[in-house]
Design a protein around this ligand. Sequence first.
Ligand code: HEC
Length: 155
Amino acid sequence: MKSQDIQGALMASIAKVLVPEQMKAVAEVVAKMPFVAPTHSVALKDPNVEEGRFIFMDRCAQCHRFNATGEMTFGSPPLIGLQDWYLLAQIGKFKNGWRGVDPTDPNGTKMQQSSGFIESEQAKHDVVAFILSLNPKKEDETSADSLFSNTQATQ
Ligand code: HEC
């Protein structure tokens, strides 16, 4: 994280004061919160969802999975459930070297390098629009948790 990244610095200062037991306790509470999919776009400009689908399947799905639910073994987080302004901002931070540039952080490095696959501002909006389209629709919300675990889905 770079010092220009004000939001990153704010979050880092809060995270640093948590002792390990508190981190675990906070994670347990947050993990139990209901999944809420974004219902509308707040920041996308003239996105082409089909173009975004092509970019995502070609350059993102191998790590974030075809449905953007993430892959724990790769350290790739889920991308559904996040709002468009946040996705745009994070891709921007990776691209301009504010995030994922610490050499001791292999997962950050992987994504920092992958952000180079998004070659333009338009491509960024296209791929984020496609990610938003993967969110479960309103009537599926109560079952959205099942998307995140293929091991539990069979139980
Ligand atoms: C080689 C594997 C890999 C590829 C390919 C990849 N990512 Fe990632 N991505 C990651 C990892 C690992 C992280 C977590 C980085 C971290 O821990 O800081 C991440 C994080 C992100 C985040 C930040 C999520 C958050 O909650 O802050 C976004 C957004 C993202 N990726 C989008 C994409 C998009 C869009 C593509 C395709 C253009 C893509 N990624 C391709 C591995 C990958």
